[in-house]
Ligand binder design. Structure first.
Ligand code: ADP
Length: 471
């Protein structure tokens, strides 16, 4: 903990420095810097203190805030004559160890969603990706808006992705990697996808694109809550979702309905972005609230969600989108106001992700599930082992074929389930459930960790007589 060999005793001065650091709390994680184990190195020599801290977020405002507060407490120690503070960023991963193989180099998967089209979701996705990359992060962008892929145009790319066998390699542009249906079909071809084709495409993108190492992969979803969204939440262990809305009441209402879906599949909402929020006249600098203001923020507050910030209406954004030169790529003093707004939303988002990443490990309730010696074995996050008789779990199937969706009454006829029914395969669904294919041909049951915890969690020693739910 003192950034040196554990065997050596800390000096009284080190104890004093660490005592001061205990007075500084991470504003997001709400724990002090020593508890969070941020200090990597501490050297003290004749009143000169040198500290190196490893932080989980590249956010500039977060780092500025921490720097000021650390300087305050360390410089308040009477014998400190000189103080040097270095930060290093190590973005933590929120993905479980059992994520799909080609996603394992990715630390965080973030869906960008909206309740309806035209609120600027793709514009926000592209510019947030750029802003995160500007903070030094390795960023990818997956354009899953299969019905209207606009990312290739916004990034002015006509390149076709290359492939090798089953693998597809993303295109690199402005320091971010991206993949889009638009790259495969061409910008101008109409995209007419039936639901199953769209979901198949998302699965292909998730399973076959070789992203390599990324700190963040942003996924630009189609608007609303349809098959694509559901497939994504069921196939990929999302870190969370960002919701983009415009300030009008109607947009906000539609957006908020969509939030329920993420809630149901245990995907945290990282925050709300209010886009097209106010117009600043480029001539007189006066701000006009074309769509009113604050709808997104108000609703975020009501639902206790984080408000990530607002992006003004900016004609330069339209031009930048059309020309394929994102505002975050512009240089010089004349940066449009939206560029600063995106940077500040990216700052806030990076810190939210760090927070979710720290807590996500607690949320994956089941580490492993398998079939062993005629029993289903589940190993929970806290290492507790539960063994279940396969037929008991089969009879507890919550799917619509087994349970009436409206009344909750069981419709599965128990006597039709063979006594020796057993699982043929298990599939982890996102970070909230497991799907089981059974030997009686039934495979539509998705058992949420919640359900398994409520109905089955208890310690069962190996070889124990299995209690039957149906005894
Ligand atoms: P969505 O992905 O939600 O359908 P887009 O990102 O494609 O929306 O944006 C729709 C249109 O609105 C585009 O022409 C885009 O340039 C424009 N736009 C988006 N956000 C802003 C903004 N803050 N100011 C001005 N125009 C914007």
């Amino acid at each position: 903990m003192f950034g040196r060999k554990k065997s050596s005793e800390p000096t009284p001065q080190e104890v004093e420095v660490f005592g001061s650091l205990r007075c500084v709390r991470d504003p997001y994680l709400q724990e002090d810097l020593v508890e969070l184990d941020y200090v990597r190195n501490c050297s003290i020599n004749e009143g000169k203190v040198k500290l190196e801290l490893v932080l989980p977020s590249p956010s500039e405002s977060y780092q500025r805030d921490l720097r000021t507060r650390i300087q305050e407490v360390i410089k308040g120690i009477p014998w400190v004559k000189d103080f040097q503070l270095d930060f290093r960023v190590e973005i933590p991963s929120s993905l479980p160890k059992n994520a799909m193989e080609n996603l394992r180099g990715i630390k965080n998967l973030v869906a960008i969603s909206s309740g309806k089209g035209g609120v600027g979701k793709s514009t926000v996705s592209v510019n947030l990706a750029m802003a995160l990359a500007k903070l030094g992060a390795k960023v990818g962008l997956m354009d899953a808006d299969v019905y209207g892929p606009s990312v290739p145009k916004m990034l002015a790319s006509k390149d076709s992705p290359t492939g090798q066998g089953e693998k597809l390699f993303p295109i690199e542009r402005y320091g971010i990697k991206f993949m889009s249906m638009g790259l495969l079909t061409g910008e101008d071809s109409p995209v007419i996808w039936r639901g199953p084709m769209a979901t198949k495409l998302i699965q292909t993108f998730l399973a076959q694109v070789e992203w390599g190492e990324l700190d963040y992969l942003l996924i630009d979803l189609p608007p609303g809550t349809g098959d694509v969204q559901l497939t994504l939440t069921q196939t990929a262990p999302l870190t969370g979702a960002v919701v983009v809305t415009t300030p009008q009441e109607v947009a906000v209402n539609v957006t908020m309905r969509g939030l329920k879906m993420f809630d149901e599949v245990n995907v945290p909402i990282l925050g709300v972005v209010e886009n097209m929020s106010g117009f600043v006249c480029p001539h007189c600098n006066e701000e006009t609230q074309i769509f009113k203001q604050g709808g997104g923020e108000r609703t975020a507050n009501e639902l206790m969600l984080r408000f990530l910030g607002r992006i003004p209406i900016d004609p330069k954004l339209v031009q930048a989108g059309d020309e394929g030169n994102p505002v975050l790529n512009l240089e010089g003093d004349n940066l449009p106001s939206s560029a600063g707004a995106f940077s500040s939303v990216a700052d806030e988002l990076a810190s939210q992700i760090a927070m979710v990443a720290r807590h996500s490990k607690e949320k994956e309730v089941i580490e492993k599930i398998g079939f062993e010696n005629g029993q289903i074995v589940m190993v929970w996050k806290d290492h507790m082992e539960t063994r279940i008789a396969p037929r008991d779990l089969r009879l507890a199937c919550p799917c619509a074929e087994c349970v009436d969706e409206w009344t909750g009454a069981k419709i599965l006829e128990e006597k039709k389930v063979p006594l020796d029914v057993h699982p043929r395969s298990f599939k982890m669904i996102g970070r909230y459930a497991v799907q089981i294919a059974w030997s009686d041909g039934h495979s539509s049951g998705i058992y949420t960790f919640d359900l398994l915890e409520r109905s089955f969690r208890k310690e069962t020693p190996k070889g124990a007589e299995l209690p039957s739910l149906n005894a």
